[in-house]
Write a protein that binds this ligand. Structure first.
Ligand SMILES: Nc1ncnc2c1ncn2[C@@H]1O[C@H](COP(=O)(O)OP(=O)(O)O)[C@@H](O)[C@H]1O
Ligand SMILES: [Mg+2]
Length: 281
């Protein structure tokens, strides 16, 4: 990897594919999706890295069960490895419950370091768990790294979708292709009876994907084991591999492998701004 300050468009030859996991709104399950996709991709034998780009609210360490500070060797941060995934997070460098009080340019500096000063080695996939919104971290990441594309996470409900549209529009402006949409908290199956409840409505993410010509990568149910896996540091895709959400995460990861491998992302980049027409509601 290049030392120093990577400029716009600099290629990281050791990173084959870099995928931002984004949403407009907080709490919709970005970090949950990022860690589950990361472990599911790693299970296929791919070499996977994960950057926690949520500098103010880093959740990846807890969700992956890793809290120890990384070693620095020869001026390079050694990523922490858990469940077959290499990671870096601001959370590793903070004391518990310590807040980050930083301005935008410092966020850029931290993310630059997460890319250039971490000994990632060769990676097939680098996932980037973004904070909500369309702010500093989103802009920095798309400037620092030639992203293969972004995965948008949304719940099916109106407010989340409206924010997801904003996120998609932002990526379109910086010419980052949308690789797909994950509709999270899509439905709830009552344990035992299997009765289905659609707490946050249903199908909004699927319609959003369809309207814009994005791939629908999966519809993840609200499921207690998803939350538990996050709190216990073992993503549900590993902890309950036979569960419905685990199955859907693994299918979504397989679909991402296909999309990245087929060159569809590059084609989407070329078509971009022609294909993506924000739908006004
Ligand atoms: N499908 C799901 N079923 C149950 N709980 C979920 C699901 N997706 C996310 N959660 C929980 O919701 C909370 C918010 O998810 P998180 O991934 O932190 O969202 P974000 O990164 O978008 O802010 C977490 O406590 C997480 O465990
Ligand atoms: Mg998060």
């Amino acid at each position: 990897m290049a030392h120093g300050d990577p400029g716009p468009g600099e290629t990281f030859e050791n990173i084959r594919n870099s995928i931002a996991v984004a949403s407009g709104k907080g709490g919709v399950g970005k970090s949950t999706v990022a860690v589950n996709l990361a472990v599911a991709l790693a299970e296929t034998g791919a070499r996977v890295g994960l950057i926690d780009a949520d500098i103010y609210g880093p959740n990846v360490p807890l969700m992956m069960g890793a809290t120890e500070p990384p070693e620095v060797r020869e001026g390079k941060i050694q990523p922490i490895e858990r469940h077959g995934v290499k990671m870096v997070s601001m959370g590793f460098f903070l004391k518990e419950d310590e807040p980050v009080v930083w301005r935008g340019p410092m966020i850029h500096g931290a993310l630059r370091q997460f890319l250039a000063d971490v000994n990632w080695g060769e990676l097939d996939y680098l996932l980037i768990d973004l904070p909500p919104g369309t702010g500093d971290a989103q802009i920095s990441i798309s400037q620092l790294l030639p992203l293969t594309g972004a995965v948008i996470v949304t719940t099916p409900q109106g407010v989340s979708l409206s924010d997801a549209r904003k996120a998609a529009t932002m990526f379109d402006k910086v010419r980052v292709p949308i690789l797909g949409v994950i509709e999270n908290m899509s439905y709830f199956l009552v344990p035992g009876s299997g009765e289905r409840h659609e707490i946050f409505s249903h199908g909004g993410g699927a319609r959003f994907a369809e309207q814009h010509g994005f791939n629908l990568l999966g519809q993840i149910p609200l499921y207690q084991g998803v939350r538990e896996g996050g709190d216990l540091g073992v993503p549900v895709a590993l902890r309950e591999p036979e569960s419905e959400p685990a199955r859907i995460f693994k299918e979504a990861a397989a679909r991402l492998l296909e999309i990245c491998g087929s060159g569809a992302a590059q084609q989407a980049r070329q078509r971009q701004s022609v294909v993506f027409q924000p739908v006004r509601k």
